[in-house]
Design a protein around this ligand. Structure first.
Ligand SMILES: O=C(O)CCC(=O)C(=O)O
Length: 265
């Protein structure tokens, strides 16, 4: 795991292969591609919790242990876990709520995003993320007012995620969805389970306030737009309650691993 920690620190991301087996990936793809009634569909946090095969990944021993070994045990989770079909986001970082002091390039990160992609990320079909390697350590970047011209000279790279791998990235990293280049590929067959974690509570309140601002439609830009799909997802986050929204089995796992759930109430 030390290797993954080093990659996360140096490059801003790491990919852990085969976290769930291919047979499970195939089953999930078959089930959810036929079940999602529209393209660009999102299962909200509550809907993820209601689907044991999806929530089971979030709370699986292997996923919790992997994240713990890389960012530290007893990590925090937020109400923003979702399962998404056909989501594509342009270049951005995930910390527009942090000041330049908070994102100081020398520290090893507090906030992280996790994604379990259910397809390989290839040049032809996309399916994962592109990243500007090392951009989480860029001195000049102000994430509250992002100017990508500051990253001139940095290299962009496709993250080498495969179906069933776990991708963890530092929330300060500049990244975007990898887009299919092959026009025969249907972009809507992209599936991902995604969530935010932090190694401590240093920025938890700021992150929840950022989500609240999005719910209240106070934050509008091309990345964090308020389309109906995203609004539905955001509103569902505000309705999640601890412990009421969780099953007794999920609560037991959270308790046993001493995970912290940071919710609005
Ligand atoms: O998975 C993707 O393509 C986009 C996810 C992303 O950029 C994010 O959650 O910040």
């Amino acid at each position: 795991m030390k290797n993954y920690q080093e990659q996360l620190f140096t490059n801003g991301f790491c990919v852990i292969d085969n976290v769930i087996p291919l047979s499970e990936v195939i089953q999930l793809r078959q089930k959810y591609l036929s079940q999602f009634t529209t393209d660009k569909f999102t299962f909200t946090a509550q809907e993820v919790l209601e689907h044991p095969d999806l929530a089971g990944i979030l709370f699986s021993q292997i996923v919790i242990q992997t994240i713990s070994q890389i960012i530290g045990s007893y990590y925090c989770m937020y109400p923003d876990f979702s399962f998404r079909r056909g989501l594509y986001i342009p270049w951005h970082s995930d910390v527009p709520y942090l000041t330049p002091q908070d994102t100081a390039p020398d520290h090893s990160g507090h906030m992280f995003q996790v994604s379990l992609y259910l397809q390989d990320n290839t040049a032809e079909s996309g399916g994962g993320l592109d990243a500007i390697v090392g951009s989480h350590h860029c001195q000049e970047l102000d994430h509250t007012n992002l100017d990508l011209a500051m990253l001139d000279g940095y290299q962009s790279q496709r993250m080498p995620s495969t179906a069933g791998s776990l991708t963890i990235w530092d929330s300060r990293l500049i990244h975007k969805s990898s887009e299919p280049t092959d026009t025969n590929v249907n972009p809507e067959i992209k599936l991902a389970l995604q969530w935010t974690v932090s190694r401590d509570e240093q920025f938890s309140e700021q992150y929840l306030q950022f989500l609240q601002d999005r719910i209240d439609a106070k934050l509008k830009n091309s990345v964090y737009d308020q389309n109906p799909r995203e609004m539905r997802n955001l509103l569902a986050m505000s309705e999640l309650r601890y412990p009421d929204s969780f099953s007794s089995e999920q609560l037991m796992i959270i308790k046993n691993h001493k995970l912290k759930f940071k919710l609005f109430q």
